[in-house]
Design a protein. Structure first.
Length: 151
């Protein structure tokens, strides 16, 4: 199997994770950097330690964090096209996500936005499945509090 065939099934998840972790960076650039890094380190992949998806997404998470650090301080543009209510709802979720710990954000991004299993998320986070489940539970409780509708 070629490297291209090996990574192709995971490109969508890599792109989603890159977009979540580095929203101001170019998602495709982050994925390309991740693929270049994976190519250079392909001899280090160990199937006994995790799935190809988890290995590739761990590299993507690392590259996305680097890209996000380069773009700190930039502001997203607020659209002015009549979708204010939808924008407000998305901003509330973004605002709430920013209030989670870094570990909670990574777990939520991997599990809910990149569609990884708890085992794959554990491999990306370099922790146990139980820790992922606990982290996700804590994150859900925190988000529930932060997004509570009053009135």
């Amino acid at each position: 199997m070629t490297f291209e065939d090996w990574v192709r099934p995971h490109l969508g998840a890599m792109a989603r994770l890159a977009a979540r972790l580095a929203p101001h960076a170019d998602r495709d650039d982050v994925v390309q950097e991740s693929l270049a890094r994976a190519w250079l380190k392909r001899h280090q992949y160990d199937a006994a330690r995790g799935t190809p998806a988890a290995w590739l997404l761990a590299i993507t998470a690392d590259q996305a964090r680097k890209a996000a650090r380069r773009f700190r301080g930039t502001r997203a543009e607020i659209p002015d096209d009549g979708v204010a209510a939808e924008w407000d709802a998305r901003m509330d979720v973004r605002r709430a996500m920013r209030q989670l710990t870094g570990r909670q954000r990574l777990a939520v991004d991997c599990y809910y936005f990149a569609g990884l299993s708890t085992a794959e998320t554990a491999a990306v986070m370099d922790c146990s499945v139980g820790t992922v489940k606990s982290t996700l539970s804590d994150a859900r409780l925190r988000l529930r509090d932060l997004l509570a509708v009053t009135g």
